[in-house]
Design a protein around this ligand. Structure first.
Ligand code: CMC
Length: 423
């Protein structure tokens, strides 16, 4: 609570509304009492609405700042790794050396999925999109861990978190293997988290594929940079589903569904489709003109962000990682990647993009890195989903450990008033 309060004048009546200050960031006006005045607030797209209190992640979109539990994302990307970040998001602090070892060992304990999960895959068409498979299979995990799970018990929630962190790469790689008709690869617990994922994606029972440490590091960074992003569409979906007391695996499946769209996590896949459609550096101007044309629905995928109106700090790190990966793989002259670099340059210099503060976002560069590593486009959003699972879970856990109410937005009704059934 602050000393400040807001006053709302409605039809001559003044309504006092309390205000609260966060640690940093804008103050919020508590509008909860408005319902007793017969009033709702109207905020489609939730642009001005804080739906919860949280201590996990802070974003200042104007300054291009992203903090997890107070640590800047670029600092974490430089000095930490994905599993440490998972610990930080879940427990609020970076792990000590011993805690880190114990955390990694527990994750390793849970990397395999129940053998019956394999049967779920068989129900999907062989050409099903891996996101469709992932959404279904993660939802199906709730069938394996339902009766044994009491969401009011911190220990049960912790085990659910470990299961999700450990099994998501296994499931993601299984989605890929199924879609290309190769046998599933079991996890190899001698490998680190990111390397194990690459192993399950690219090795076959006939032979192991080894990766340059720079590629493994890039993969881990992609996981880190997608790990959490405050109350975005998919995280809010997980919170809303979770507010009903639903099984956490089912809640995570709802987050995967929300992430799939091209305005959210589907953007990294859409970036590559767009680059393919552009086809040649010579066609870039035409596509930039389309993006600027108000009568054309086309948008430059991988540009712009609802919150960042300055360079996305994740995009900065991703850009550096992208340069490194392209140089390690000797792909600086790849035609598609040439289009990407030229597009980035043009958009950064174009008045339309400058005026609207439309910078390349994290998905622009992550799409390029994943393509360079040899990961197919249909897997891009799946990788985003597996990385974001810890963020979704941390938010769900934060909500469930506190007093929470079922989420129930209201509406501005514009339909018919009561009318009689036609005689
Ligand atoms: N290309 C061309 N014009 C754009 C673009 C774009 N990518 N993004 C926004 N604009 C224009 C938009 O037409 C509008 O122009 P005007 O003011 O003249 O009407 C102005 O910029 C503001 O756009 P908006 O639609 O009000 O912005 P928003 O905050 O509602 O949308 C966005 C944010 C990310 C959905 C949007 O920028 C977009 O569609 N970008 C492309 C898809 C994309 O890359 N999404 C990934 C986001 S990052 C990953 C994540 O966090 O999920």
């Amino acid at each position: 609570m602050t000393d400040k309060k807001a006053q709302l004048l409605v039809d001559g009546k003044t309504i006092d509304l309390p205000m609260y200050s966060g640690t940093v960031g804008p103050d919020v006006i508590d509008v909860r009492s408005l319902v007793s005045e017969g009033l709702f607030t109207y905020d489609p797209g939730f642009v001005s609405t804080a739906a919860c209190e949280s201590a996990i992640t802070y974003i200042d979109g104007g300054k291009g700042v992203l903090l997890h539990r107070g640590y800047a994302i670029d600092d974490l990307a430089e000095n930490s790794d994905y599993l440490e970040l998972c610990h930080l998001l879940l427990h609020g602090e970076l792990p000590t050396k011993e805690e880190s070892e114990a955390f990694r060992a527990t994750v390793r304990n849970h990397t395999m999925v129940h053998d019956q999960v394999n049967q779920f895959f068989r129900g999907f068409r062989r050409d099903a999109h891996p996101m469709a498979i992932m959404c279904g299979v993660v939802g199906a995990l709730s069938a394996f861990y339902h009766d044994s799970m009491d969401i009011t018990e911190a220990q049960d929630r912790e085990i659910a978190g470990f299961r999700l962190i450990a099994k998501m790469p296994t499931i993601a790689a299984m989605c890929y293997k199924y879609s290309i008709g190769q046998p599933f690869m079991y996890p190899n617990n001698d490998l680190g988290y990111a390397e194990n994922f690459l192993h399950m994606m690219f090795s076959t029972p006939a032979g192991d594929v080894k990766f340059d440490p720079a590629i493994v590091r890039a993969m881990d960074r992609i996981f880190m940079l997608h790990a959490d992003h405050e109350q975005n569409a998919s995280t809010s979906t997980v919170r809303l589903a979770g507010s009903t007391g639903a099984n956490p695996f089912a809640c995570i499946a709802s987050g995967i569904a929300a992430l799939w769209g091209p305005a959210h996590g589907g953007a990294n896949e859409a970036v590559l489709s767009m680059l393919n459609e552009i086809g040649d550096v010579a066609n870039i101007d035409e596509f930039v003109a389309k993006a600027k044309d108000k009568n054309d629905p086309f948008r430059l995928m991988g540009f712009g962000h609802r919150v960042y109106k300055n360079f996305d700090p994740r995009a900065k790190v991703m850009r550096e990682t992208c340069e490194e990966v392209l140089s390690v793989l000797g792909l600086e002259n790849d035609p598609l990647l040439k289009i990407a670099k030229r597009l980035e340059q043009i958009a950064l210099e174009d008045e339309y993009f400058i005026a609207r503060k439309l910078y390349p976002n994290v998905d622009f560069y992550s799409g390029i890195i994943l393509k360079a590593i040899g990961i197919p486009e249909s897997m891009f959003t799946v990788i985003f989903a597996m990385s974001r699972t810890i963020g979704w879970f941390a938010h769900w856990n934060e909500m469930v450990s506190e007093n929470y109410r079922i989420g129930r937005p209201r509406q501005l009704y514009k339909g018919y008033d009561k009318r009689d059934y036609p005689a």
